[in-house]
Design a protein around this ligand. Structure first.
Ligand code: NAP
Length: 314
């Protein structure tokens, strides 16, 4: 018979790693399942300035590397697998992966969220060919070129600032005439000479033959369409999209209670199914940050321990 884990955690971003650390430290037999590599969205962020305690060398990847090391040290097992099906109702939960099947007394969903696409023609075809969702990963490809950053939230403005290290000019394209980003981040952008703004504008189409060559932008006030064409000498420009995130919760669709695709929990991370918890960006909450994700993970693990103690009479 397959081993039964005390806790199976799906996802190894900050929420999953914190849950793993707390569960393993409580001597629960714990596995963290990740489909690609540890880290979640935060590994695509160059600077993590607002996680308490991280001041120097606080890049997303370095923070995650330390979280991984800590979870490993406490004995959390980590595996690469993609869960494709879950049976959550019984006392023993069953998770079917592409490689293995996992059985557990408790499950913590920490599947996070993924970047929301603009949804315009040409975006999909030109992803990785000028269109990107990760400044840390792709910024260096645009040394001395022009970059357009789409969005007006914290991510868009912070990443636009980071991209000024590479690009000769970064234009933030926002659908309104006011940014959503925190005032402190806005101030830095307004002061930066390399950052320009295209207000009241949305991208209607991205064009190019194997590489981004132009994009059509619509003015949201006048409806006017303008085609922005790459400088002749450059031949291309970058389009970095930061228009929010979509929860990665398809796996649990129709199984647990959700709201607009996010998993509903109480303050102690219980979902609508006993023994099933959710933590981090995949759940309904008001602030999606590393600090709230790790806190969720810790709470979920402690509650899972309590649940196992009660239900399995340990
Ligand atoms: P966000 O706050 O949801 O902002 C998304 C931005 O994209 C908004 O400006 C929105 O415009 C725009 N937008 C949405 N759909 C669009 C579309 N279809 N076309 C064009 N524009 C569109 O997302 P985020 O900036 O990624 O931030 C996500 C969360 O992470 C937030 O809670 C944020 O505070 C947090 N975060 C924090 C930090 C930090 O504290 N340093 C850094 C990054 C992220 P409107 O403004 O008109 O709605």
């Amino acid at each position: 018979m397959t081993d039964i884990y005390d806790v199976v955690i799906i996802g190894s971003g900050p929420a999953g790693l914190a849950a793993g650390l707390y569960a393993a430290r409580a001597r629960l037999k714990t596995v963290i399942i990740e489909k690609e590599k540890a880290g979640g969205q935060i590994v695509t962020t160059e600077e993590v300035a607002n996680y308490p305690g991280s001041i120097e060398n606080a890049s997303g990847p370095s923070l995650i590397a330390r979280m991984v090391e800590q979870a490993d040290e406490f004995g959390a097992e980590r595996v690469l697998d993609t869960i494709t099906e879950v049976e959550l109702e019984g006392k023993i939960k069953v998770l079917k992966g592409k490689k293995n099947e996992y059985k557990a007394k408790a499950v913590i969903m920490a599947t996070g969220a993924k970047p929301r696409p603009i949804g315009c023609p040409g975006e999909k075809e030109l992803t990785g060919k000028g269109v990107s969702y990760c400044a840390t990963c792709d910024g260096a490809f645009f040394e001395d070129l022009e970059i357009f950053v789409i969005g007006g939230g914290d991510s868009a403005v912070e990443e636009a600032l980071f991209l000024t290290k590479f690009a000769r000019k970064v234009t933030i394209v926002h659908r309104r005439d006011e940014l959503r980003a925190a005032k402190s981040i806005q101030e830095k952008a307004f002061k930066n000479e390399k950052v320009d703004f295209l207000w009241n504008s949305v991208v209607e189409e991205i064009k190019g033959d194997g590489i981004v060559e132009s994009m059509v932008v619509k003015n949201t006030v006048t409806g006017e369409l303008t085609e922005i064409v790459a400088d002749e000498d450059d031949g291309t420009f970058g389009i970095f999209v930061f228009v929010g995130y979509l929860p990665e919760t398809k796996l649990f669709d129709g199984l647990v209670e959700m709201e607009k695709g996010y998993i509903k929990t109480d303050a102690d991370m219980h979902t609508s199914i006993p023994g099933v918890f959710a933590a981090g960006d995949c759940r309904v909450k008001s602030l999606r940050q590393v600090v709230t994700a790790t806190a969720d993970g810790a709470i979920a693990a402690v509650q899972a321990e309590r649940y196992i103690g009660e239900v399995f009479d340990i």
